[in-house]
Ligand binder design. Structure first.
Ligand SMILES: [Fe+2]
Length: 139
């Protein structure tokens, strides 16, 4: 699976780099699934990476919001928290399931659709705010 990353570019370099790192890991997970190589330990390892990359990205964004007095901080942070508890739930389900295919499809919804939508709304709004503060051309 390959994403068109253009629609999710924020033009804030550090944020785009972290999103790329996240999407690379997500693509790797679904490529593995499409090749029918669903080895539970391997999937869990990749999910751990994905979780870590998402956390790095959320920390960066929240630091920007705190430092720059961003008015949408609480709303944006709540979205991050939703993602974090959803992915924690998947890690648990994953350990206890016999229906991997179903979990992988549900994961696609969270890791791709939800995450892309969250970038297009919340991250883009934050990026616009940061550009007005002079970020974007430097990193
Ligand atoms: Fe983000």
């Amino acid at each position: 699976m390959r994403f068109d990353r253009k629609p999710v570019r924020t033009a804030i370099p550090v944020i785009d780099r972290q999103h790329d790192q996240y999407f690379d890991a997500v693509e790797y997970l679904f490529d593995m699934y499409e090749r029918a190589e669903v080895i539970p330990d391997k999937v869990l390892g990749i999910l751990n990476n994905i979780q870590e990359y998402a956390q790095d990205n959320f920390d960066t964004e929240e630091r920007f919001m705190e430092n720059e007095g961003y008015p949408g901080l609480d709303h944006h942070r709540a979205k991050h928290d939703t993602f974090k508890s959803s992915i924690d739930g998947f890690m648990e389900d994953f350990a206890n399931t016999s229906n991997l295919a179903k979990i992988i499809e549900d994961l696609r919804q969270l890791l791709v659709s939800w995450f892309v939508d969250q970038i297009k709304t919340d991250d883009m709004a934050l990026a616009e705010f940061l550009k007005k503060k002079g970020y974007g051309s430097r990193s």
